[in-house]
Write a protein that binds this ligand. Structure first.
Ligand code: NDP
Ligand code: MG
Length: 394
């Protein structure tokens, strides 16, 4: 039997997807690609398929099917289209790990299907755990599958917990870079542009998570993600702003000892750790040198200005479908900001209104999550239509 792990990458054309393929390319003795998926980027999907020769390539956007099919017609790669095809193929018996690197709520159904087919999940798509953390973690327990975090903070905590199986966590400390607008006032934020917001100081990522980092919603989503991954209560989760992004997060144990995982910001490391877990793979990534960073600094997050982080804690405390509501509201708000329909601060207004207006369900089923997501999106879209058009009052 071969020791090579067969990987399905959902969202292979994105920031995490392409970095995962870099890791796989460098470790072809350990990993091979079974499935690649993209939403609309047919060109890159074709290039990746020609290089990595997966058994399947799936393009979500059905209008791009012919282009992909034709380009791969001389190969053995099976080409499919549509979301339902992803949900079906992730269950294929030959897959060992499903890496969920698509963005947003779209990750939920394929992740559930993969867990039910007993696939280990390397989870980058944090929205899945935000929306339905209780369902996902109980399914994972029931089907005996591992959820291996790819998000750098959660990978850090996961690494700190190695060898600590019988020791209780007192709390975790999630670090946040603070994003491009750290220290800025509400007046300043009212007029920031999309281009400003898309410039993250430390990480190069997809557009949605980059905007989430600028509003601190990303940290809010990560707080909820951490609750489910590590079975924590809200008071056990602290957030500290650490602008250098060298300490990726920390765990404090019951004796007061704190373990931190550190390194230069590079998503390939957490991706590699998740795919090869529990083994560490030797690599030649650039090494951290303390002398280059004589000042590692820490600040309290400003939740008066960056209200989304407070909303996320509130959603965590209220539970039920509230995290699903903030996720859907935020996806629509970010899309609205990226389309120049609303200004930066209005994103939090959309989230807040949805939290107040969408029906609360205390014990949601999978169908409730789908309904809540749909209802919230429609409500948020209507809200945006009524907001003063276009963003910047300069
Ligand atoms: P990108 O926007 O760069 O990539 C998203 C990927 O998902 C692309 O392959 C895209 O296809 C595909 N996709 C987008 N929408 C859909 C959809 N509706 N259905 C199916 N596929 C879709 O995102 P990132 O790589 O930055 O982020 C991916 C996930 O990982 C997110 O949940 C993010 O929060 C998380 N994450 C990302 C980090 C990072 O450093 N980038 C760090 C930690 C977590 P196409 O290219 O065709 O549009
Ligand atoms: Mg992160």
């Amino acid at each position: 039997m071969s020791n090579i792990k067969n990987i399905a990458i959902l969202g292979s054309t994105g920031s995490i997807g392409t970095q995962s393929l870099d890791v796989i390319r460098d470790n072809s003795d350990l990993f091979s690609v079974f499935l690649l998926t993209a939403h609309s980027n047919a060109y890159l999907l074709i290039q990746q398929a020609l290089e990595f020769k997966p058994a399947y390539a799936i393009i979500c956007n059905e209008s791009k099917y012919n282009e992909v099919k034709q380009a791969l017609s001389h190969t053995d790669i099976k080409v499919l289209a549509g979301h339902a095809a992803i949900v079906e193929i992730v269950t294929h018996p030959e897959i060992d790990i499903v890496l969920t690197a698509m963005v947003g709520f779209a990750g939920l159904e394929p992740t559930i299907a993969a867990i039910k087919a007993k696939k280990d999940i390397a989870l980058a798509n944090k929205e899945t755990l935000v929306v339905a953390g209780e369902l996902i973690t109980s399914l994972a327990r029931g089907y005996g599958v591992k959820i291996l975090p790819v998000d750098s903070e959660h990978s850090a905590i996961f690494q700190c917990l190695a060898g600590e199986r019988f020791n209780n966590i007192e709390k975790i400390i999630l670090t946040a870079s603070g994003g491009p607008f750290r220290g800025k006032t509400l007046d300043f934020l009212a007029s920031v542009t999309r281009e400003h917001a898309l410039k993250h100081p430390n990480w190069v990522m997809g557009a949605k998570i980059t905007i989430d980092s600028a509003t601190l919603m990303n940290k809010g989503l990560e707080v909820i993600e951490a609750k489910w991954l590590f079975d924590l209560k809200a008071p056990q989760i602290d957030v500290v702003v650490h602008p250098q992004s060298i300490i990726h997060s920390m765990v404090q144990f019951e004796d007061g000892s704190i373990k931190a995982q550190m390194g230069l910001p590079d998503m390939k490391l957490p991706i590699q750790y998740a795919l090869a877990y529990p083994t560490r793979i030797k690599n030649n990534f650039k090494r951290f040198d303390f002398m280059d960073y004589p000042n590692l600094t820490f600040e309290k997050p400003d939740i008066k200005t960056f209200r989304n982080l407070g909303f996320a804690f509130e959603a965590l405390n209220r539970g039920g479908n509230m995290p699903c509501i903030i996720n859907a509201a935020n996806e629509i708000a970010v899309a609205g900001f990226l389309a120049d329909e609303i200004n930066f601060l209005a994103m939090s207004d959309v989230v807040e209104s949805c939290m107040q207006k969408i029906s609360y369900v205390a014990k949601p089923t999978q169908t409730d999550y789908l309904n809540t997501d749909k209802e919230t999106r429609i409500f948020a879209q209507n809200l945006i239509k009524q907001m003063p058009s276009k963003a910047y009052i300069i």
